[in-house]
Design a protein around this ligand. Structure first.
Ligand code: AMP
Length: 170
């Protein structure tokens, strides 16, 4: 299936000059959504994943479905102030601004094998911050999985230490 066909380009969102890759048009197609999760699942069937960490907010949709399929736990990496219990925090820069991510302190145990999932790789700052959070808690980042990779922003370079997979590359 050509997943590209299901991605909607929205120019100048959320800021002028950004071409936003909207995945809601893929998610609303049952067959496309199903195939995306199945394709992601295949790579990790024998990887012994203990936890999928999904990145706020579209990483929750893909990561939640993938964790269910893999039969492992799901952990949200959230924007500041959203998680109710004790958290750790990591600052990062984004293609359009800067932000921070938080994760619950007790969400990952030492030695657990973790798969990080997000919708899109741009500059790589968000995923790198998430990997640092996982490692701070003693988890092992087994791989980082994206639906979309914006190759021209070279985010992959920032994430060199980690196996990285994307289903769509622009
Ligand atoms: P980065 O940290 O630069 O790799 O940015 C990745 C994060 O920002 C992901 O969580 C994406 O959802 C979001 N993002 C960045 N650029 C875009 C874009 N052009 N279209 C859609 N989402 C984007």
């Amino acid at each position: 299936m050509e997943f590209e066909k299901f991605i909607r380009d929205v120019p100048d969102f959320p800021k002028k000059g950004i071409m936003f890759k909207d995945i809601t048009t893929l998610l609303q197609d049952g067959e496309a959504f199903h195939q995306v999760i199945d394709q992601m699942e295949k790579k990790y069937l024998d990887a012994g994943i203990d936890k999928v960490v999904g990145i706020d907010a579209r990483g929750f949709i893909l990561g939640g479905a993938l964790a269910y399929k893999l039969g492992c736990g799901f952990v949200p990496a959230r924007k500041p102030g959203k998680l109710p219990a004790k958290t750790i925090r990591e600052e990062y820069t984004l293609e359009y601004g800067s932000n921070a991510l938080e994760i619950h302190q007790d969400s990952i145990s030492k030695g657990e094998r973790v798969l990080i999932v997000d919708d899109l790789l741009a500059t790589g700052g968000t995923a790198l911050a998430t990997a640092k959070l996982v490692e701070t808690l003693g988890g092992e980042v087994v791989a980082i999985q994206f639906l979309i990779e914006l190759d021209f922003l070279q985010g992959r370079k920032k994430l060199l230490p980690y196996p990285l997979h994307s289903l769509i590359i622009y």
